[in-house]
Write a protein of this length. Structure first.
Length: 166
């Protein structure tokens, strides 16, 4: 005896097919959503990495510019210090030429000219860096007097600013 299949589908068969197709569609849709979410995550991750790199580059550029500006300002201050030293020496020469050379006034003008010349040479040769180094060494050699001078200057500055407010 041969069994023949019935080409007519029952309602139950059609319901099973519909459920199977719906399940396949849902799985396919979930896979597509998962792929889309993964792609979006990767794009966001790449974008944030690019933003971080750009921010890092900008910050590095700003630091370089700040270093350059600070170097320029330091160079200008150093040049100005040398120029002041040269001007002091020039003023000492002018004082020697124009003020009396004898008597009490001559002695005083000679001392002032000598001090100006010595200070001018120091500024011209040492500059700000030399002054800072010399001050550091002086403070290291004499810490207590340096501390007392600092306290005294602080007191005087406080009084001066307090007097201006009143």
């Amino acid at each position: 005896m041969s069994v023949t299949t019935n080409p007519v589908k029952t309602g139950q068969d059609r319901g099973s097919e519909f459920i199977e197709k719906t399940k396949d569609t849902a799985v396919s849709t979930m896979d597509k959503a998962k792929d889309a979410a993964s792609a979006a995550y990767d794009k966001a991750k790449d974008a944030s990495a690019n933003v971080a790199d750009k921010a890092k580059d900008m910050a590095s550029g700003l630091v370089d510019k700040a270093k350059g500006a600070a170097g320029d300002i330091g160079k200008r201050a150093e040049d100005a210090t040398h120029a002041v030293g040269s001007g002091m020496q020039s003023l000492a020469g002018t004082l020697r030429e124009n003020l009396p050379k004898e008597g009490v006034l001559g002695s005083a003008s000679g001392s002032v000219a000598k001090s100006l010349e010595t200070g001018g040479k120091y500024l011209e040769t040492e500059g700000l860096s030399g002054i800072a180094e010399d001050m550091t060494n002086l403070i290291r050699r004499n810490p207590i007097p340096a501390l007392l001078v600092g306290i005294g200057l602080g007191f005087l500055l406080a009084r001066a600013t307090h007097m201006h407010r009143s």
